[in-house]
Design a protein. Structure first.
Length: 153
């Protein structure tokens, strides 16, 4: 499995300074780690509903990719364990929620401070969550895509 480029970018940001890390770089690293998980989920949605062969080359694929809403996805992820999804999906969902909360602190709380080790741990969490999502069986990934994308009635 190829590591997403967003995780590579997050790593570069987290390790940008040899000495004392710069908070702006650490915060961008944390935000980027979240967006790697978000991209993995949005891509899974588009690949499931349109096709992985159409990846990023058709308007339909892009439309499904863009349909994923951050807030709706978080609520769905919070409920994944209660809905009987397998551990691979639940692990991804838990990571997604934790990463989104860290991103909100990094992006919106001017008083938040992070250590390099915290940023690196969140990058590793993102990578583990993405790996876990990809390891889930296709029928469970399809069900999860429906759960995060479609409005419940």
């Amino acid at each position: 499995m190829k590591r997403p480029q967003l995780l590579d970018a997050a790593d570069l940001l987290a390790h940008a300074n040899v000495g004392r890390p710069v908070q702006a770089f650490l915060k961008r690293a944390i935000s980027t780690a979240y967006y790697a998980a978000f991209d993995a989920l949005a891509s899974e949605c588009a690949n499931t509903l349109i096709s992985s062969e159409a990846r990023r080359t058709t308007r339909a694929w892009a439309q499904v990719y863009r349909a994923l809403d951050h807030g709706t996805a978080k609520v769905a992820c919070l409920q994944a364990g209660l809905r009987g999804f397998p551990i691979e999906i639940v692990n991804f969902a838990d990571a997604f929620v934790r990463l989104q909360e860290a991103r909100h602190d990094a992006d919106y709380d001017p008083l938040s401070k992070f250590s390099r080790s915290e940023a690196v741990a969140l990058i590793e969490l993102s990578e583990a969550g993405i790996r876990s999502l990809r390891q889930a069986d296709a029928p469970h990934r399809r069900a999860f895509v429906a759960w995060v994308l479609l409005k419940r009635r």
